[in-house]
Write a protein that binds this ligand. Sequence first.
Ligand code: DON
Length: 556
Amino acid sequence: MLPLLALTLAGALQAAPGPGQQAVATAHPIATEAAHQILDAGGNAFDAAIAAAATLGVVEPYGSGIGGGGFFLLRQANGEAIDYRFIDARETAPQLAGRDLYRNISGEVQRDPAINGPLAAGIPGLPAALVHLAEHYGRLPLSQSLAPAIDAAEQGFAVTSRYQALGSFRVEAMRRDPETARLFLRDNDIPAEGSLIQQPELAQTLRALAEQGRAGFYAGPVAEQLLSSVQAAGGIWQQADLDNYQVIERQPIRFHSHGFEVISAPLPSAGGIALAGILQGLETLPKAQPGSTAWTHNLVELMRRTYRDRATLLGDGDFVPVPVERLTSASYARELASQIDPQRATPSSSLGMPKVFSEGSNTTHFSLIDADGNAVAATLSINLPFGAAFTVPGTGVLLNNEMDDFAADPDGVNEYGLAGGEANAIAPGKRPLSSMTPTLLENDQQLAVLGTPGGSRIITMVLLGSLEAIDGQPVERWVSRPRFHHQYLPDHIQIEQAAFSPQQQADLEALGHQIRPVGRDYGDMQALLWDKRRGELSAASDPRGVGQASVQLKTD
Ligand code: DON
């Protein structure tokens, strides 16, 4: 493996449509290796994305998997022409799910079934997405692209400190489900670092998907097992839900800002819309030095306003009308920016909807590019660490708890402290609103590919990473920079310890901001940069996680 490899044959590169090298950044070394292996075998970026996604689902059972869903943002390089595509593989609410799914007979919303066990699970989208990618974008058969994931499930992977930390957060729920405890705990407790986690049943299910495509998961014996154990444990999935599940190809959100075209996630993600408001809004404000108090104030005030819109206006656009064009326009961003008082924080309460918020914690992201310039930014999730902590016996499928991304309670908040309204109420077949924000920034000189897990803070992490890219900083800086976040409510700036100097903290407080260290670092960003002029690829993995980024010459 070669670190930051530079090709200097500029003349040759200009003629070439792609970088001539490949780069992969994922949250786990086994998944990074899997993607390189598939590229080396003649696969393109989309085959490599199948390998990375499926392998991450095996080696990060806390983050994503075939029991969950996610988003794939694709850059398809067809010679000189470039196509951007967005594959929405978000989970859907089952047909029997209504807006009051989590209310008891006295009308109170119950938190436990919204996050633990099969009632919390939406209909998985990732298996359908893997098949879709292989059929419409890949060069290799699905069976080849899934082989590394099948191997990883059979051979096992070693427990890391990250596994332990995320497991501790969910251990109580994991103990309640015998199959989850058998697979992912040892003696009913968090396994020691280095313990081997093998998943032979999951290998079998992946094999069924590899051999039969969709029918290997959404029909036949796997589907029968999913339905019978979900129903026996109080869930409401039916065969029709599995039959009806479809990935949707959508137009990504696209806008121009700071000299780049930004290509990002559309509904049911709030990410692209929020980025459009913040990045375009920032451009209309007096220029401030990145990192300065004025710059931070402007960003926080824009975050506050876009997260207010998230809570009040956003939901699955196939079910509710959302004024996307207006919300992503330069004129709306200007309007948001013009409401900012440069001398004073705007109390969120003055913007409406007072609510009490808490905050939450996994999910995964990878960024990769092949030698031809096909690229993928994918953020995949089962929502909370270890999802619903419910594994279907005989299948190895750990279910998501993505239903908690709906606003089950118009007067309450979800596990990330996010409020939501009518637009994000539960309805059969609907997709819960997401914050996952796989993003590309491109101009003639550069292509940046980035994203991260992190619940409600995903959008602001991608924002800060994008601003580093815009500022010409190296990719290591995008993923490592200290982070701050505001989500409208609670009305304070959430920060990593190192985000502000004591002086800057005092200056921001003097403007009326409240600042709360979140107590630990957050996010696991995976990013890459193609510097087209210099013909260089660089990639980086967030130092907060256990991921691996590497650039390699294509080995034919
Ligand atoms: O779609 C969403 O916004 C959430 N389900 C993502 C969850 C997440 O990133 C958790 N990570 N730490």
